[in-house]
Design a protein around this ligand. Structure first.
Ligand code: SIN
Length: 510
């Protein structure tokens, strides 16, 4: 264990280098910050992979009120409408901020932004950059800005292993770098660690994203919210397992249709057809697949290489020419609506901890996220958290105790349980089996413990939600409950609930 360089001590520490972390670091300048990233800046994370863009109600036929209506409808009754309204109204500000830091959004010959359509949006309101390379362009611009920002100290190839507290407040971080532990005292941490895809066999996320930020916050005592709501993208490229390339919803927005291997268009007759909300399309594809069919996207009427150059390259790498042949697709874990519970400033329930982007649950997404609202939320919340931190009293950390480094994370067992029991369709028996498998792993001292904490939280929230809503589909509770609320729990409450669920199950089967 070694101490952190003294010049880094007491700074705001941002963990994660996707759009949320990068915007926060820039927006806090000239306040000195440390940006911790587990890989090389600009190379890992989900933002760089994002094909869909940023939803913003800036078209002449659009308004924040229409965008809000679509967001609330996708969220299926569980959005926090006041938070959603505030975030969506800040869209213009977020776009201007990204442009002022060098992001080049696609514009037409007259200079107006090109606005795309995605599922469940009532208007064309998706800004893209470089066609289907939006995330890569945003990261390129923000990384260049961060690298030339004197107030940002960057710690690459560094993982956050524990969030340390004293007297119920953030007091520092246990980091791991070059195989050794390092204690960084700080009273202000911003968690911007992204999603949970690495807990599943098939995901569009980088497999290193295993919900670490959620685990760190939960272990330190912060409340989690909406953990049961996991979004599966309907159309990942059906290649092997692990990280699957995404075939953006924008492809269906441009007119591509879904067919099965008998050539049948199985979404005909569903409201919205191929552009129905994501959970409906994902479940329809899942139903085809469990009846033994393969599913394809047929896109012959689209000038694919021009409109979707990045997807064309991904398909060609897999030996498929999307301009000539149907693209094999399958659902894959894509986004997590739940996470660390926060307010509109990104403040968690643990003093000194902010959370922004996918690892947070602001209440914008409710039970299901509207496409392209996530980059928007991450940018807006990065600005909001930075303002809140800058206006606050600053950090005077007590030197935290020196914990041991935890063992290296080993998500294999957890991934098998999560993929089998916490997928597109759930039921009570399967959720009990997940909790029975995950609880001992979470409470253990092995490498499965950290990933099992996040997975256990998903399983417990899912078991307690005895209804189907948004992305959470229970075959044993197919209807919506009359009274439904967004749930919040700390890790202690999650573990207590897990024990109760298991003992109730034992009592019933005795
Ligand atoms: C997509 O391009 O289909 C994904 C966009 C999103 O998840 O917001």
């Amino acid at each position: 264990m070694r101490p952190a360089p003294p010049e880094l001590t007491g700074r705001v520490v941002i963990i994660g280098s996707g759009i949320a972390g990068l915007v926060t670091a820039l927006a806090l300048a000239p306040k000195p910050v440390v940006l911790v990233t587990q890989g090389r800046l600009g190379q890992g994370g989900s933002t760089v992979l994002a094909q869909g863009g940023i939803a913003a109600a800036i078209g002449p036929d659009d308004s924040p009120a229409l965008h809000l209506a679509d967001t609330l409808s996708a969220g299926d009754g569980l959005c926090n409408s006041a938070i959603a309204e505030t975030i969506l109204r800040q869209a213009g500000e977020a776009i201007a901020y990204l442009e002022s830091h060098g992001t080049r959004f696609d514009r037409d010959a007259s200079g107006a932004p090109v606005l795309g359509l995605e599922a469940a949006h009532g208007r064309r309101r998706i800004l893209h950059a470089a066609g289907d390379g939006s995330g890569a362009e945003i990261v390129r611009a923000l990384v260049a800005a961060v690298r030339s920002c004197a107030s940002v100290a960057i710690l690459e190839d560094t993982s956050a292993c524990r969030l340390l507290t004293r007297d119920g407040m953030v007091a520092g971080l246990l980091l791991q770098r070059d195989g050794a532990g390092m204690i960084l005292p700080t009273g202000q941490v911003v968690m911007a660690t992204g999603g949970i895809g690495g807990l599943y066999d098939a995901t569009t996320n980088p497999v290193d994203n295993r919900g670490q930020g959620i685990m760190l916050a939960a272990r330190a005592g912060a409340a989690l919210a909406d953990m049961e709501f996991v979004q599966f993208h309907p159309t990942a490229l059906a290649v092997a397992r692990g990280r699957l390339p995404l075939i953006s919803e924008a492809v269906r927005g441009e007119g591509a249709i879904l067919i099965n291997d008998c050539g049948e268009r199985f979404l005909t007759g569903h409201p919205g057809e191929e552009l129905a909300p994501r959970d409906i399309v994902a479940r329809a594809i899942h139903a085809e697949m469990i009846s033994g069919r393969q599913v394809f996207l047929k896109a012959d009427d689209i000038d694919f290489p021009t409109r979707f150059p990045a997807i064309t390259a991904l398909c060609r790498e897999a030996g498929i020419d999307p301009a000539r042949e149907p693209i094999p697709v399958r659902p894959a874990q894509h986004y997590h609506m739940g996470g660390i519970h926060t307010d509109i400033f990104g403040r968690s329930t643990l003093p000194g901890l902010w959370a922004i982007g996918e690892c947070a649950a602001t209440g914008l997404h409710g039970a299901n996220r509207l496409a392209s609202n996530s980059l928007l939320e991450a940018a807006v919340m990065g600005l909001n958290a930075a303002r809140d931190i800058a206006a606050g009293p600053g950090s005077h950390p007590a030197i935290p105790a020196m914990p041991d480094l935890p063992p290296e994370a080993d998500p294999g067992q957890v991934r098998a349980i999560t993929s089998r029991h916490l997928g597109i369709l759930r039921d009570g028996a399967s959720l009990h089996a997940a909790i029975a498998g995950l609880l001992p792993l979470a409470l253990g001292r092995g490498g499965a413990s950290d990933p099992a904490i996040t997975a256990l939280a998903i399983a417990v929230f899912a078991a307690l939600r005895q209804e189907s809503r948004g992305a959470h589909a229970r075959t044993d509770f197919p209807a919506q409950a009359i009274h439904s609320v967004s749930r919040r729990m700390t890790l202690d409450q999650i573990i207590q609930s897990a024990r109760l669920i298991l003992s109730d199950n034992l009592a019933r089967s005795a």
